[in-house]
Design a protein around this ligand. Structure first.
Ligand code: PEP
Ligand code: MG
Length: 792
């Protein structure tokens, strides 16, 4: 049999249909309505390569030196070409096409998702699996090619590297491919079978018209229904005004946005009967897996479909997580980090993985702890240590290695992307290493103090980015590094977010994270840092402008910012002017002349540098101006490290000179120094539209604790009463003055800070990508409590 239908398989068939196929089959077996589909079995792939007699050529081509990156690249290309160019045997071709056609009709071809389903569980280490390739909205014309592309994903450079490095024969790895019908949802949403933060027996259902993407893109807020599982009744119904919906264009398969007709705008999406039906399906999934579930669903022609189910991982003791580094970063842990796929189609496979990972997170032990530090980016991975002390050693960091360095620099980002994990000697939760690794979704332990000295180059270690430990040896249980896919696999799937009055935004520092960030459903970008874009040019802005011209410098900024502004449009994106300290500039070409400062954190950075040395600053503003002219009216301008009205008047003058009218265009400042908090009235008088708390700096300046100094990391407390008092007073003053307030420091991802800010009446909260979803729910919980308190 070349193909098996999903209902013919279950969890025991991983070897035949791969993990994904097996778990979708399992859901169907549990009586749940999953969109129909079939699996091109692992055996089919096997006979394809054998019958066409490309197997020897294929396995020969990928037998290369894993440390030779050129050879790896070539191996991938050869394998891809062999698989793609070899025709299908007629019988298999027919079987796949016949199965596909049976899902549609003659004049209505089905749109399907095609995704690889690795049989990795067969193997001693599942990191031998192929990449999690997925193609959406596929129709007959592309189907066979997509299946082959999934097969070819067994031979990505990363997969080849791993098998070669561990001496695992390529011949022994197989791959299946799931072909599943996509659902043209008329209504869709999510449901939590238990309360997402307290675990109470209360089902929350969120629902909007059309595809879930309408909500992901932030263009619509969903209805919210709460069902009490004890009294068995609908407890509350909150109907939102749903102005638009996303539907699929029947011809192209593209998703298009339509206005919702008046009579449906404020109509309830779900009837009580539908809610009850959803609740009962949710309960079936929960009892099948034995833990509360977060289920994506869709309704098409009155049929409910389960698109995916995952355990709710937000029901956690935050206190425990925070104990790791005192910074609460790991709260979100793995809620959304390992389910490849998309917002509107089934995967159904994330559930088991999530459960396993949650368990592991709880009791990962393994070898001796070699070094420890702060858990800066969650996840457990194993890999070989690569100690990097100079930039020119970066190419030694291969796919899946653990990059160990004193402190990461912007030039290291390509290596950070390849790495399975990151360990630094220096740095706190708001250091470059911590921020970038979170955005990349790479587990990281920072501030170990001695990682580069204690760890041995080439030795295998397991790092735990939650607990902040680096242990000897490979942890069998560790997340296979090879499956790690920064954008795809770690893309949070949040098709429907809770409706809240306080906006929940996301922080972005590298344009490559834009897609992941936008997929969180955040209401915009609360902080887009441009330091990375600038520093990765490898030259100081002055040198870059001297060598390539001002226009080229603007173009670089425009490219980076646009990548984010496009993903989010029309949601607002707050772009901040540069705020790099002199020690970072000094590393760059042209940085020889940078002043050597005893404490760069207290030195020539932020607007003080921009105002003193306006040439590059003018080009930044000119770039923002050009973006606005290009129609990016969602770009807002934010200025870092201001102290007083003189600073604000200074930057305002520059805004005008750059042709950005401060009266018409939204701009504001960061509140990062006690001075700016204390003088907020003066800043408001100077005309700012918003003030955004940069708690990384505000905390370091209020408490005199260097944010990058691992020795005092335990004293870096954004929830310190002094910091909270400055913030609380500033919010109050701003509310009186009609100035919006926000937070874009790391503390915006902490539930305690979220609770405090919502109570104080902050306008928006900007969180790390991995924390957005938890923050959305936390905001909702606090808002609901405040509402209830006010009527009781
Ligand atoms: C902050 O200080 O909190 C902030 C967001 O800015 P940065 O971390 O870039 O200094
Ligand atoms: Mg700052």
């Amino acid at each position: 049999m070349g193909v098996l239908w999903l209902e013919e398989v279950d969890a025991g068939d991983v070897g035949i249909v791969g993990g994904k196929g097996a778990s979708l089959g399992e859901l169907i077996g549990a009586g749940l309505p999953v969109p129909p589909g079939f699996v091109v079995t692992a055996e089919t792939y096997r006979s394809f390569i054998e019958e066409a007699e490309i197997d020897e050529a294929l396995f020969g081509a990928v037998d290369v030196d894993p440390e030779d990156s050129g050879a790896l690249r070539e191996a991938e290309a050869t394998a891809h070409e062999l698989i793609i160019e070899t025709p299908f045997p007629e019988s298999v071709r027919e079987e796949i096409l016949t199965s596909y056609r049976s899902m549609g009709t003659e004049d209505d071809e089905a749109f399907v998702a095609v995704r690889s389903s690795a049989t990795a569980e067969d193997l001693p280490d599942s990191s031998f699996a192929g990449q999690q390739e997925t193609f959406l909205n596929v129709r007959e014309a592309d189907l066979l090619r997509r299946v082959k592309e999934c097969w070819a994903s067994l031979f990505t450079q990363r997969a080849i590297y791993y098998r070669q490095q561990r001496g695992f024969p390529h011949e022994e790895v197989d791959i299946a491919v799931v072909v599943q019908r996509m659902v043209d949802a008329e209504k869709s949403g999510v449901l939590f079978t238990s309360h997402p933060s307290t675990g109470d027996p209360q089902v929350t259902v969120e629902a909007a018209w059309g595809l879930g993407e309408a909500v992901v893109s932030g263009t619509v807020s969903p209805d919210n229904y709460v069902y009490d599982r004890e009294s068995r009744s609908v407890e509350s119904v909150t109907v939102a005004e749903k102005k638009v919906e996303m539907v699929k264009d029947p011809d192209t398969g593209e998703t298009v946005q339509l206005d919702v007709e008046d009579d449906r705008r404020s109509a309830r999406v779900l009837s009580d009967a539908e809610i009850e039906e959803l609740v009962s399906l949710g309960e079936t999934v929960e009892s099948h897996y034995g833990t509360p579930q977060d289920v994506e669903w869709a309704i098409f022609e009155e049929e409910i479909y389960m698109l995916q189910s995952r355990p709710i991982t937000t029901i956690r003791e935050d206190a425990d997580a925070a104990a790791t580094g005192g910074n609460g970063g790991p709260v979100a842990v793995d809620a959304d980090t390992d389910t490849p796929g998309n917002g509107d189609q089934a995967t159904g496979d994330g559930g088991e993985t999530d459960t396993e990972r949650t368990n592991r997170t709880g009791d990962a032990d393994g070898g001796d702890v070699l070094v420890d530090g702060l858990g800066a980016s969650p996840g457990i991975v194993s890999g070989a240590v690569r100690i990097v002390d100079k930039l020119d050693h970066l190419d030694q960091v291969g796919e899946g290695d653990v990059l160990v360095t004193e402190m990461t620099m912007p030039d290291m980002v390509p290596a950070m992307k390849r790495a399975a994990g990151i360990v630094t000697d220096e740095g706190g939760m708001t250091s470059h290493a911590a921020i970038i690794s979170r955005e990349l979704g790479v587990p990281a332990v920072v501030g170990t103090g001695n990682g580069t000295r204690v760890l041995r180059d080439g030795g295998r270690v397991t790092i735990d980015g939650d607990k902040g430990t680096v242990r000897a040896g490979a942890d069998e249980e560790a997340e296979p590094a090879e499956e790690f896919e920064p954008v795809e696999a770690a893309r949070p799937e949040t098709p429907v977010k809770p409706m809240t009055a306080t906006e929940v935004k996301v922080n972005v520092s590298i344009p490559e994270a834009a897609e992941r960030a936008a997929a969180t459903g955040a209401d915009g970008v609360g902080l887009l840092r441009i330091e990375h874009m600038v520093l990765s040019l490898g030259k100081t802005p002055e040198r870059y402008i001297a060598d390539h011209g001002a226009r080229a410098y603007q173009d670089e900024l425009i490219d980076g910012i646009r990548a984010v502004a496009d993903e989010f449009y029309p949601r607002p994106v707050r772009v901040r002017t540069i705020d790099a300290p002199t020690d970072e500039f000094r590393e760059l070409e042209g940085g020889e002349g940078e002043p050597v400062e005893p404490n760069p954190m207290l030195g020539w950075r932020g607007v003080r540098r921009s105002l003193d040395k306006p040439e590059p600053f003018k080009q930044e503003l000119a770039a923002f101006g050009r973006l606005i002219e290009m129609g990016y009216d969602n770009v807002e301008v934010m200025f870092p490290l201001v102290n007083d009205a003189a600073d604000v008047e200074g930057v305002k003058r520059h805004l005008r000179e750059a042709g950005i009218d401060p009266e018409k265009h939204t701009w504001g400042v960061m509140v990062e120094t006690p001075a700016s908090a204390l003088l907020i009235d003066d800043l408001a008088d100077a005309g700012i539209d918003f003030a955004s708390f940069g708690t990384n700096d505000l905390t370091q300046y209020t408490l005199a604790v260097d944010r990058n100094n691992g020795h005092v990391a335990d004293r870096f407390d954004e929830l310190h009463p002094a910091v909270l008092q400055l913030i609380g007073d500033t919010v109050e003053r701003c509310r009186e003055r009609g100035v919006d307030t926000s937070i874009c420091g790391q503390a915006g991802s902490k539930p305690e800070m979220v609770e405090f800010l919502v109570e104080e009446g902050v306008s928006s909260i900007s969180a790390n990508i991995d924390a957005v979803r938890d923050v959305q729910h936390e905001v909702k919980r606090v808002e609901q409590r405040l509402l209830l308190d006010s009527v009781r």
